[in-house]
Ligand binder design. Structure first.
Ligand code: C5P
Length: 236
């Protein structure tokens, strides 16, 4: 089984309220996307392919990938067209892999906007998956520290959610090529909105292992997250 990495990086970053999409904000002198891709390449020496979904006309992304392809000559580093939703971007990347990926190959999907992911967490996820043959895949997730409330439509508390069994889903999320593609196609067909790959796999009844990761694997979403990510990178 080969290892493929897919990075959806075709978001417009609406919540960031910035002219620059969040994957191209500057983090410690380099773009967020550059940090993210270098971390993945370093964490997974065994990866065969890295496919990044880019918006049409994203020349900055193309230039970065050309550079990485020349820095990592043994790896197939390519782009795929971004889609309307994250799941469309991932499906386009999976389609681009059609001729090289085997049905049982692992695909790790990782957010472009998570540059602080730790290599040892990724390595542990791959080890857990190979030692646990009865699961269909897994994802990095952080235990939740906050006290969680469920609210009604008037923002009044209905209940406190037991955080013992609550996790904040992160990425990478790792599934078999064929199963992931089928699950995403099915979610599309039934117009189920999925904000991560695990949601699509859950909907088809997959058994998915949560692998604890450091809570500093943050997704850059809001303006203040850049300063936080810089502090995290310094501290790691
Ligand atoms: O917007 P959100 O934080 O959920 O985006 C998660 C990841 O999915 C980001 O890396 C973003 O670039 C990517 N994305 C994409 N295509 C879309 C929407 C988001 O590749 N249509």
């Amino acid at each position: 089984t080969k290892i493929h990495v897919v990075v959806p990086a075709a978001g417009s970053g609406r919540r960031m309220q910035s002219a620059v999409p969040k994957q191209y904000l500057t983090l410690s002198g380099e773009s967020v996307l550059s940090h993210t891709l270098k971390r993945l390449l370093a964490a997974l020496p065994a990866l065969s392919t890295l496919t990044v979904a880019l918006s049409p006309g994203d020349e900055q992304g193309r230039a970065l990938l050309r550079q990485l392809a020349s820095d990592y000559p043994g790896k197939a580093i390519t782009t795929a067209p971004g889609g309307a939703e994250r799941s469309d971007s991932v499906l386009n990347a999976l389609d681009a892999l059609r001729d090289v990926a085997g049905d049982q190959d692992w695909v790790l999907v990782h957010d472009a906007a998570r540059p602080c992911v730790r290599g040892d967490d990724i390595a542990r996820m791959m080890a857990v998956l190979s030692e646990t043959p009865d699961v269909d895949g897994g994802l990095l997730a952080a235990p939740v520290a906050a006290t969680l409330k469920r609210s009604d439509s008037e923002d009044c508390i209905m209940e406190t959610v037991d955080r013992q069994q609550v996790w904040a889903a992160a990425t990478p999320q790792t599934f078999r090529y064929h199963a992931l593609r089928q699950a995403l196609l099915k979610a599309n067909e039934h117009e189920i909105s999925v904000t991560d790959e695990a949601s699509a796999m859950e909907a088809v009844g997959a058994k998915i292992k949560l692998i604890p990761c450091q809570p500093d694997n943050i997704k850059i979403t809001w303006q203040g997250d850049i300063a936080m990510a810089e502090a995290i990178l310094k501290s790691q």
